[in-house]
Ligand binder design. Structure first.
Ligand code: ATP
Ligand code: MG
Length: 324
């Protein structure tokens, strides 16, 4: 990370989780929280915790939800100087309840909270000026002013020789949506590293799933992407490089307690490890461990691991043999 920290821009939220499975929130249910949350915040927290230089640009309210988030990130080594505190709007929230089949019901107050008031200001400029890498979450592509910030930060970081990663984090319903689709294509065009899961690989390559994984990868490498880390849930992950190398890494066998945040912890660990000079194989092992460890904790970033915690997790956890 000689060039500077890994930066993430986006929502910081407090998450409140129903302790019982069931259908939504139409009746009173027991809840637990607040937990620090927000996909970009989870990513950056894991990157900082594992020992990579990391920085966050976001917006919280002048309330305990905001203070708890800032304290967590700071405690995990993240540069929080780019987080603004809104004088009026409260910190964003996400209420989540799992259904028995593992699906989730959410009540979000995100872009209507302090998170939505994020804007380029004199806190953001210096953080972007010293960052060496920008990680972009696809969920931000639907937000006009945050998209503009992200594009500006990406251009700045690229211009100083930095790199960009993109987690599409996109529901397939977004496919074909005019403006968001164009932004997505633009960000894929700027990205050095992609971290897709499910059919996001095909969304990024703009090919149907039937085209197959190799054709999608080939298309992405032709458009300038250098590395793709494919997340496969309990089937582990694969790193594909433009030189044709493919590295598979099996997942760890865990009992899932709360799946939220697995993909973000995976990403934070993967990017940090690669930027620390690890090989794809080493980075995949830590990233799989970070994702797996996190799902064994209730709360979206409670299981983000330090290097020591992940080393211990790796040494004492069986690996699943399922592999693509
Ligand atoms: P999210 O649901 O957070 O958006 P994602 O779809 O981006 O996640 P996943 O593939 O679900 O990404 O999870 C990321 C990584 O975390 C996986 O590649 C795997 O290594 C690990 N992981 C996730 N769930 C499990 C699980 N149930 N068992 C073992 N490992 C898991
Ligand atoms: Mg995801």
């Amino acid at each position: 990370d000689a060039l500077g920290p890994t930066l993430c821009i986006g929502e910081i939220l407090a998450e409140i989780v129903a302790t019982t499975a069931g259908e939504g929130f139409l009746d009173p249910v027991p809840l637990i929280g607040p937990y620090p949350s927000g996909a970009p915040a989870i990513f950056v927290d894991q990157a900082g915790r594992i020992g990579g230089a990391a920085a966050m640009v976001g917006s919280v309210g002048n309330d305990d939800f905001g203070r708890a988030n800032i304290a967590r990130l700071k405690g995990d080594g993240v540069d929080v100087s780019g987080i603004r505190t809104d004088p009026v709007l409260p910190t964003g929230t996400a209420f989540v309840r799992y259904r028995p089949d593992g699906a989730r019901d959410f009540v979000f107050n995100m872009w209507t909270s302090a998170a939505g008031a994020l804007a380029w200001d004199d806190r953001v400029e210096p953080v972007c000026a010293r960052a060496g890498h920008l990680h972009v979450m696809g969920t931000l592509l639907g937000h006009q002013s945050i998209w503009e910030m992200t594009e500006r930060a990406a251009a700045m970081i690229k211009a100083r020789g930095g790199t960009i990663s993109l987690d599409p984090n996109m529901r397939k319903e977004l496919r074909g949506d005019g403006e968001t689709g164009r932004r997505f294509a633009r960000m894929v065009g700027m990205a050095d590293l992609l971290l897709p899961s499910g059919d996001e690989l095909y969304l990024a390559a703009d090919l149907p799933v039937e085209a197959g994984e190799e054709a999608a990868l080939e298309r992405l490498f032709q458009s300038g992407v250098k590395e793709v880390a494919i997340k496969r849930g309990a089937d582990g992950a694969t790193c594909a490089l433009a030189d044709g190398s493919r590295t598979h890494s099996p997942a760890f066998a865990v009992t899932e307690m709360d799946p939220t945040g697995a993909g973000d912890c995976f990403g934070g660990a993967y990017v940090a490890c690669r930027r620390l000079g690890m090989t794809p194989s080493q980075a995949l092992t830590y990233a799989n461990a970070a994702g797996a460890r996190n799902v064994t904790f209730r709360g979206p970033m409670e299981g983000a691991g330090t290097r020591d915690e992940l080393d211990q997790f790796i040494s004492e956890t069986k690996r699943l043999t399922r592999c693509p």
